[in-house]
Design a protein around this ligand. Sequence first.
Ligand SMILES: [Zn+2]
Length: 177
Amino acid sequence: MKGIRDFSQDLFNYLLVVNFMDKDSRFMFEAIKEAEKSLDEGGIPIGAVLVSNDKIISKGHNRMVQEDSPILHAEMDAINNAGRLSSKEYESLTLYTTLSPCPMCSGAVVLYNIPRVVIGDNITLMGAESFLLDNNVDVKVLNLKEASDVFNKLLDKDPNLWKRELDRVENSTDVKR
Ligand SMILES: [Zn+2]
């Protein structure tokens, strides 16, 4: 069992890490927490958050398995949870997503003129980043180990679940693993 001293040491280490983390990594860790939530629910561990003026305005995670939905990717969930915004509000947003966004989610980003996307991992899977770039979206790739780790937990736990999802879209997004 942990003593109070261990807890304060953990807290100290956490605050130290968070303090020295840049803004984008900090918001990405919130998206990773969302991905963990999905994994806990038996779903696909991908998470997203929407940030406006350094504040999180909505969070989301992939809920395709949980809701038997063809469209509830993490990014779509976060965009949906933000409600219907004005074009000016969309233009203030950054979308943080743990995994490189697919053509559907990239399409929503372009449709609503979300100007910036930060990606946790594009090594496990490469989405429609070239489409985002072609439409003048500012794309930043962090390739954080923690972002790929959370997704790889699914591949270790239930590789067929992800394979089934890819079969449904005839592998139009490809896992490089
Ligand atoms: Zn998507």
